[in-house]
Design a binder for this molecule. Structure first.
Ligand code: DX5
Ligand code: ZN
Length: 210
């Protein structure tokens, strides 16, 4: 199980990123909230760019915006392993997946807690990752929504029967107990923010999750 660390709930972000660099986390999870597509903590792109340059980890970018042409292009200039956007944008999804791939970056589709998995199925042959939201997107530090477990299990079973090479990522409210639950499914990539960054010892929290 790989781990991607989110800094969305941190007050001192630059210090948190330096600490993430010292751990064996696989990626740094970069949340971009535009305040329109979802409400939440907005960190402007120019700031995220600075933060990202400080990171020794590759970026796992989570776009919460409708302005995908603009922001895929901007984030593609950074050190991205994945760029993920929401299936709820509904329009031009295939075009944006192709745009991400045109930069040699892996493409992900995110799905909100109340959106049916059916919405994502038509795109599974084109994408590299499905990001299942286990909180309503916008803020770090929320409680994991329990019905996500069923959704993750269903998606896992569906992918097992298909030939698509897609990994599953879960995002929101992952701490020791919820981390154990998703590990059992198992999930490939787990985002964890406040559980890790609220500690003095990030590596110890990452070890707990692993
Ligand atoms: C929520 C974000 C998450 C969040 C995770 O909109 O997408 O990435 O920051 O943070 P925790 O682990 O604190 O829920
Ligand atoms: Zn996220």
């Amino acid at each position: 199980m790989k781990i991607s660390v989110s800094f969305l709930s941190c007050k001192k972000i630059l210090e948190a990123v330096k600490q993430i660099n010292l751990t064996d986390a696989d990626y740094i999870h970069v949340d971009f909230v535009d305040g329109k597509f979802v409400k939440g903590r907005k960190i402007p792109f120019h700031q995220l760019k600075k933060i990202s340059k400080l990171s020794s980890k590759r970026l796992d970018v989570h776009l919460m915006t409708n302005q995908l042409n603009r922001y895929i292009k901007k984030f593609a200039s950074l050190n991205c392993e994945y760029i993920t956007f929401h299936v709820e944008v509904e329009k031009n999804i295939e075009k944006y997946i192709e745009l991400i791939h045109s930069y040699g970056i892996k493409a992900g589709l995110a799905i909100n807690p109340d959106t049916s998995l059916e919405k994502i199925k038509p795109y599974l042959g084109m994408i590299d990752l499905v990001l299942v939201m286990s909180v309503v997107p916008g803020y770090g530090g929320q409680e994991f929504l329990p019905h996500t477990i069923e959704k993750l299990k269903n998606l896992k079973a569906y992918l097992k029967d298909s030939k698509d090479q897609v990994i599953i990522e879960v995002d929101g409210g992952i701490k020791e107990d919820t981390g154990k639950e998703v590990k059992q499914i198992p999930i490939d990539l787990v985002v964890s923010g406040s559980y890790i960054t609220s500690s003095d010892d990030f590596q110890e929290r990452i070890n707990q999750l692993r």
